[in-house]
Write a protein that binds this ligand. Structure first.
Ligand code: KDG
Length: 328
């Protein structure tokens, strides 16, 4: 039984990757230098939570190769518990490349992950399912990406999602549509299938439009309730316009934080999730939890790595007190 002093814990589950980020703008075929960063929506959220002082585990399967080791080191260095990260012999860690091109320097990604440990079904979810069933974590966070990596990854995804739901943990899911992984109709069907198992459904406004023809959080909640959703609510991330949530028909909106210049928006949504979950676990007023999500998202866009810019607790405290920069 949990006591009043129980420290609330989170587990995020998914595939981490190494991303090769070009040192220059333009076509990938003409780029000469790249920097490797650790990435992946769920490990990003785990790191965001750890930076906010939340005890967080990350569960995954990676290759027992240099990139798997890099992921493990990065997560450990950030204070994330990696007891549930399997380093799998003879398997590979997924990789992707970023490209900034065109008049708007639009970001595109090129995946090399179809042979990764999770994609080829080498990830053994048994130990994780056991801990999930034992209710090891207060909150479990997943994303739709895991289900779209491959058919074996989708089976693993639903096994852990169901175990998390049955354990009574709060379950959040960010649909995180990636059209390079599956078609829009496959994403629509996934979004429906997950609804009975999640307490919080996170989505970006653009992907909500793609999937449900609306980004209105109230309408989304109504649609979901008609399709088996019995969870808490829906959170819609609107980037530079902030975020809006609907819980039992009650809509809460918060504005975004202004940033001087946007370096790269990838990772902002995962950061938002970390801030929101941390706020909820700290029993912050709901609007403040959304605001904390927006703050982590804003910090994220100030740097090139997915999570490099995520703030620490002193930085958050400084903003909350109305000071722009944290004392160094
Ligand atoms: O949200 C950031 C992620 O999209 C990025 O790190 C890569 O997880 C990733 C993916 O599978 O696309």
């Amino acid at each position: 039984m949990r006591t009043g002093n129980h420290v609330k814990t989170v587990c995020t589950i998914g595939e981490p990757l190494v991303v090769l980020v070009p040192d220059e703008l333009g076509r990938l075929s003409q780029v000469n230098h790249f920097r490797p960063y650790v990435a992946g929506a769920e490990v990003n959220t785990a790191i965001g939570l750890a930076r906010l002082g939340i005890a967080c585990s990350f569960a995954s399967g990676v290759g027992n190769d240099p990139f798997g080791e890099k992921v493990l080191r990065a997560a450990r260095e950030e204070g994330v518990d990696v007891a549930h990260v399997q380093l799998i012999d003879g398997a590979q860690t997924g990789v992707f490349f970023k490209q900034w091109s065109g008049l708007q320097h639009a970001t595109s990604v090129f995946y090399y992950r179809s042979g990764s440990a999770m994609a080829v079904g080498r990830w053994d979810t048994g130990p994780l399912e056991k801990d999930l069933a034992d209710g090891a974590w207060d909150w479990v966070h997943v994303t739709g990406i895991t289900a779209m990596i491959s058919p074996p990854a989708q089976e693993a995804f639903f096994r852990v999602l169901k175990a998390a739901k049955q354990s009574g943990s709060t379950v959040s899911l960010d649909i995180n549509v990636r059209l390079k992984l599956a078609s829009l109709s496959e994403w629509k069907s996934l979004a429906q299938r997950v609804l009975p198992y999640v307490d919080w459904f996170f989505t970006g406004d653009e992907e909500a439009m793609q999937l449900f023809d609306t980004k209105d959080s109230k309408q989304l909640e109504q649609i979901f309730r008609g399709q088996g959703f019995e969870g808490e609510g829906v959170v819609v991330k609107e980037g530079a316009d902030g975020a809006v949530a609907c819980v039992g028909g009650v809509v809460t909106r918060v504005p975004a934080f202004e940033v001087r210049s946007v370096v790269d928006t990838v990772g902002a949504g995962d950061g938002f999730n970390a801030g929101f979950i941390a706020g909820m676990l700290r029993d912050m007023p709901f609007q403040e939890a959304l605001r904390l999500g927006c703050l982590v998202g804003a910090y994220a866009v100030t740097s090139a790595g997915d999570y490099a810019g995520y703030p620490t607790l002193p930085e958050v405290a400084a903003v909350w007190q109305g000071k722009e920069e944290a004392p160094r």
